[in-house]
Design a binder for this molecule. Structure first.
Ligand code: COA
Length: 199
Protein backbone atom coordinates (compact mmCIF):
# COMPACT_ATOMS: atom_id res chain seq x y z
CA UNK A 1 0.00 0.00 0.00
CA UNK A 2 1.24 3.53 -0.71
CA UNK A 3 0.06 6.61 1.17
CA UNK A 4 -0.14 10.21 0.00
CA UNK A 5 -0.72 12.50 2.94
CA UNK A 6 -0.27 16.26 2.96
CA UNK A 7 -0.10 16.67 6.72
CA UNK A 8 1.08 14.99 9.89
CA UNK A 9 -0.46 17.11 12.66
CA UNK A 10 -1.34 14.95 15.62
CA UNK A 11 -4.94 13.90 16.21
CA UNK A 12 -6.38 15.62 13.16
CA UNK A 13 -7.55 13.71 10.12
CA UNK A 14 -6.26 15.45 7.01
CA UNK A 15 -7.59 14.47 3.58
CA UNK A 16 -5.52 11.72 1.97
CA UNK A 17 -5.75 9.22 -0.87
CA UNK A 18 -4.84 5.61 -0.01
CA UNK A 19 -3.83 3.35 -2.87
CA UNK A 20 -4.54 -0.37 -2.45
CA UNK A 21 -3.57 -1.27 -6.01
CA UNK A 22 -6.94 -2.58 -7.16
CA UNK A 23 -8.81 0.18 -5.29
CA UNK A 24 -8.34 3.81 -4.31
CA UNK A 25 -9.66 5.26 -1.08
CA UNK A 26 -10.70 8.88 -1.52
CA UNK A 27 -12.37 11.32 0.91
CA UNK A 28 -16.14 11.39 0.48
CA UNK A 29 -17.52 14.67 -0.87
CA UNK A 30 -19.85 15.89 -3.58
CA UNK A 31 -16.85 16.36 -5.92
CA UNK A 32 -16.15 12.61 -6.23
CA UNK A 33 -16.49 11.43 -9.80
CA UNK A 34 -18.25 8.06 -10.03
CA UNK A 35 -19.58 6.49 -13.25
CA UNK A 36 -23.37 6.99 -13.41
CA UNK A 37 -23.20 9.72 -10.76
CA UNK A 38 -22.20 9.71 -7.11
CA UNK A 39 -25.64 10.15 -5.55
CA UNK A 40 -27.28 7.32 -7.54
CA UNK A 41 -24.34 5.03 -6.67
CA UNK A 42 -24.62 5.94 -3.00
CA UNK A 43 -28.37 5.35 -2.95
CA UNK A 44 -27.95 1.98 -4.68
CA UNK A 45 -25.34 0.97 -2.10
CA UNK A 46 -27.57 2.07 0.76
CA UNK A 47 -30.46 0.02 -0.63
CA UNK A 48 -28.44 -3.22 -0.51
CA UNK A 49 -30.13 -5.44 2.11
CA UNK A 50 -26.96 -6.09 4.14
CA UNK A 51 -25.91 -2.42 4.13
CA UNK A 52 -29.46 -1.38 5.06
CA UNK A 53 -29.47 -3.89 7.93
CA UNK A 54 -26.07 -3.21 9.45
CA UNK A 55 -25.02 0.30 8.47
CA UNK A 56 -26.47 3.74 9.30
CA UNK A 57 -26.31 4.80 5.64
CA UNK A 58 -29.77 5.95 4.52
CA UNK A 59 -31.32 5.23 1.11
CA UNK A 60 -34.23 7.60 1.60
CA UNK A 61 -33.41 9.96 -1.28
CA UNK A 62 -30.99 12.35 -2.99
CA UNK A 63 -31.34 15.12 -0.40
CA UNK A 64 -30.35 12.77 2.41
CA UNK A 65 -27.45 11.41 0.32
CA UNK A 66 -26.19 14.94 -0.38
CA UNK A 67 -26.50 15.82 3.30
CA UNK A 68 -24.41 12.72 4.10
CA UNK A 69 -21.73 13.79 1.61
CA UNK A 70 -21.67 17.31 3.06
CA UNK A 71 -21.36 15.96 6.60
CA UNK A 72 -18.40 13.78 5.56
CA UNK A 73 -16.74 16.82 3.96
CA UNK A 74 -17.35 18.96 7.05
CA UNK A 75 -15.74 16.33 9.27
CA UNK A 76 -12.73 16.15 6.97
CA UNK A 77 -12.53 19.95 7.08
CA UNK A 78 -12.46 20.09 10.87
CA UNK A 79 -10.36 16.92 11.19
CA UNK A 80 -12.84 15.03 13.39
CA UNK A 81 -13.57 12.04 11.14
CA UNK A 82 -12.11 10.37 8.08
CA UNK A 83 -14.69 8.93 5.68
CA UNK A 84 -13.24 7.25 2.61
CA UNK A 85 -15.07 6.10 -0.49
CA UNK A 86 -13.55 2.87 -1.80
CA UNK A 87 -13.34 3.16 -5.59
CA UNK A 88 -12.37 0.56 -8.16
CA UNK A 89 -8.92 1.50 -9.49
CA UNK A 90 -9.77 0.39 -13.03
CA UNK A 91 -13.16 1.98 -13.69
CA UNK A 92 -13.75 4.33 -10.73
CA UNK A 93 -16.90 2.50 -9.68
CA UNK A 94 -18.09 2.73 -6.11
CA UNK A 95 -17.02 -0.35 -4.12
CA UNK A 96 -17.61 0.74 -0.56
CA UNK A 97 -16.85 2.91 2.43
CA UNK A 98 -14.54 3.04 5.42
CA UNK A 99 -15.28 5.49 8.26
CA UNK A 100 -12.94 6.27 11.12
CA UNK A 101 -13.80 8.94 13.70
CA UNK A 102 -12.82 9.97 17.19
CA UNK A 103 -14.75 8.67 20.15
CA UNK A 104 -12.25 10.14 22.62
CA UNK A 105 -9.78 12.41 20.94
CA UNK A 106 -7.90 13.26 24.15
CA UNK A 107 -7.14 9.59 24.69
CA UNK A 108 -6.52 8.87 21.01
CA UNK A 109 -9.48 6.47 20.74
CA UNK A 110 -11.36 6.16 17.44
CA UNK A 111 -13.94 3.80 15.99
CA UNK A 112 -14.08 2.27 12.55
CA UNK A 113 -16.95 1.15 10.33
CA UNK A 114 -17.25 -0.09 6.74
CA UNK A 115 -19.50 -1.47 4.05
CA UNK A 116 -19.02 -2.86 0.56
CA UNK A 117 -21.41 -3.08 -2.38
CA UNK A 118 -22.32 -6.71 -3.07
CA UNK A 119 -20.16 -6.95 -6.22
CA UNK A 120 -17.02 -5.98 -4.26
CA UNK A 121 -17.41 -8.60 -1.53
CA UNK A 122 -15.59 -11.90 -1.18
CA UNK A 123 -12.11 -10.78 -2.23
CA UNK A 124 -10.69 -9.29 0.95
CA UNK A 125 -11.29 -5.66 0.02
CA UNK A 126 -12.99 -4.70 3.30
CA UNK A 127 -10.17 -6.29 5.28
CA UNK A 128 -7.48 -4.53 3.28
CA UNK A 129 -9.30 -1.17 3.28
CA UNK A 130 -9.95 -1.28 7.04
CA UNK A 131 -6.30 -2.21 7.66
CA UNK A 132 -5.04 0.58 5.40
CA UNK A 133 -7.22 3.25 7.03
CA UNK A 134 -6.23 2.08 10.51
CA UNK A 135 -2.55 2.15 9.61
CA UNK A 136 -2.88 5.60 8.07
CA UNK A 137 -4.71 6.89 11.16
CA UNK A 138 -2.04 5.49 13.48
CA UNK A 139 0.83 6.86 11.42
CA UNK A 140 -0.64 10.24 10.46
CA UNK A 141 -3.28 11.21 13.02
CA UNK A 142 -1.92 9.97 16.33
CA UNK A 143 -4.61 7.33 16.82
CA UNK A 144 -3.72 5.11 19.78
CA UNK A 145 -6.64 2.64 19.82
CA UNK A 146 -9.24 1.83 17.15
CA UNK A 147 -12.47 0.14 18.27
CA UNK A 148 -14.73 -1.89 16.00
CA UNK A 149 -18.29 -2.77 16.99
CA UNK A 150 -20.59 -5.17 15.16
CA UNK A 151 -23.87 -6.90 15.94
CA UNK A 152 -23.26 -10.42 17.22
CA UNK A 153 -25.33 -11.73 14.29
CA UNK A 154 -23.11 -9.95 11.74
CA UNK A 155 -20.63 -12.77 11.21
CA UNK A 156 -19.19 -11.27 8.00
CA UNK A 157 -18.10 -8.18 9.92
CA UNK A 158 -16.67 -10.33 12.72
CA UNK A 159 -14.47 -12.09 10.17
CA UNK A 160 -13.31 -8.75 8.72
CA UNK A 161 -12.37 -7.63 12.24
CA UNK A 162 -10.33 -10.74 12.97
CA UNK A 163 -8.60 -10.71 9.56
CA UNK A 164 -7.77 -7.00 9.95
CA UNK A 165 -6.04 -7.63 13.27
CA UNK A 166 -8.77 -6.48 15.65
CA UNK A 167 -9.04 -9.24 18.28
CA UNK A 168 -12.35 -9.82 20.07
CA UNK A 169 -12.42 -8.10 23.47
CA UNK A 170 -15.93 -8.82 24.72
CA UNK A 171 -19.68 -8.67 24.18
CA UNK A 172 -21.64 -5.51 24.93
CA UNK A 173 -25.24 -6.22 25.97
CA UNK A 174 -28.05 -4.27 24.29
CA UNK A 175 -25.56 -1.63 23.16
CA UNK A 176 -26.87 -0.39 19.81
CA UNK A 177 -29.95 -0.34 17.67
CA UNK A 178 -29.45 -1.19 14.02
CA UNK A 179 -32.98 0.04 13.30
CA UNK A 180 -36.46 -0.98 14.36
CA UNK A 181 -35.94 0.31 17.89
CA UNK A 182 -34.50 -3.00 19.08
CA UNK A 183 -31.20 -2.87 20.91
CA UNK A 184 -28.86 -5.71 20.06
CA UNK A 185 -25.73 -7.18 21.62
CA UNK A 186 -22.46 -6.31 19.92
CA UNK A 187 -18.94 -7.65 19.81
CA UNK A 188 -16.19 -5.20 20.64
CA UNK A 189 -12.92 -5.72 18.76
CA UNK A 190 -9.98 -3.34 18.98
CA UNK A 191 -6.55 -2.73 17.63
CA UNK A 192 -3.77 -0.75 19.35
CA UNK A 193 -1.19 1.44 17.62
CA UNK A 194 1.45 -0.86 19.08
CA UNK A 195 -0.02 -3.95 17.35
CA UNK A 196 2.27 -4.75 14.40
CA UNK A 197 1.07 -4.47 10.80
CA UNK A 198 2.18 -7.46 8.79
CA UNK A 199 2.41 -5.98 5.26
C1 COA B 1 -19.02 -6.66 6.27
C2 COA B 1 -18.62 -6.69 4.80
C3 COA B 1 -17.92 -5.38 4.44
C4 COA B 1 -17.67 -7.87 4.61
O1 COA B 1 -17.41 -8.02 3.24
P1 COA B 1 -16.51 -9.27 2.75
O2 COA B 1 -16.38 -9.21 1.30
O3 COA B 1 -17.03 -10.52 3.40
O4 COA B 1 -15.13 -8.97 3.46
P2 COA B 1 -13.73 -8.88 2.75
O5 COA B 1 -13.75 -7.85 1.69
O6 COA B 1 -12.72 -8.73 3.80
O7 COA B 1 -13.61 -10.29 2.03
C5 COA B 1 -13.50 -11.44 2.82
C6 COA B 1 -13.95 -12.63 2.07
O8 COA B 1 -13.21 -12.71 0.87
C7 COA B 1 -12.42 -13.91 0.88
N1 COA B 1 -11.14 -13.55 0.29
C8 COA B 1 -10.79 -13.81 -0.97
N2 COA B 1 -9.59 -13.32 -1.22
C9 COA B 1 -9.15 -12.74 -0.07
C10 COA B 1 -7.97 -12.06 0.29
N3 COA B 1 -6.98 -11.87 -0.58
N4 COA B 1 -7.86 -11.57 1.55
C11 COA B 1 -8.83 -11.77 2.44
N5 COA B 1 -9.98 -12.40 2.15
C12 COA B 1 -10.14 -12.89 0.89
C13 COA B 1 -12.35 -14.35 2.33
O9 COA B 1 -12.20 -15.74 2.43
C14 COA B 1 -13.66 -13.89 2.87
O10 COA B 1 -14.70 -14.78 2.58
P3 COA B 1 -15.47 -15.49 3.80
O11 COA B 1 -15.93 -14.43 4.76
O12 COA B 1 -16.57 -16.21 3.11
O13 COA B 1 -14.48 -16.37 4.45
C15 COA B 1 -19.87 -6.88 3.89
O14 COA B 1 -20.48 -8.10 4.19
C16 COA B 1 -20.86 -5.76 4.02
O15 COA B 1 -20.71 -4.70 3.41
N6 COA B 1 -21.91 -5.97 4.84
C17 COA B 1 -22.94 -4.96 5.05
C18 COA B 1 -22.45 -3.79 5.89
C19 COA B 1 -21.83 -4.24 7.19
O16 COA B 1 -22.19 -5.25 7.77
N7 COA B 1 -20.89 -3.44 7.68
C20 COA B 1 -20.24 -3.69 8.95
C21 COA B 1 -21.03 -3.10 10.06
S1 COA B 1 -20.29 -3.44 11.63
Amino acid sequence: MTISDPGTDRRVFRPAVLDLGDALLRPWGRDLDVPGGLVPALLAAAADPAVARWSPLSSSGPVVAETYLDRCAERWADGTAASFAVLDAADGGLCGNVYLGWTNRDDGVAMIGYWLVAAARGRGLATRAATAVTRWAVEHAGVRRVELFHAVANENSCRVAERAGFPYEGTLRGSYTYGGGVYTDEHLHARLASDPFTD
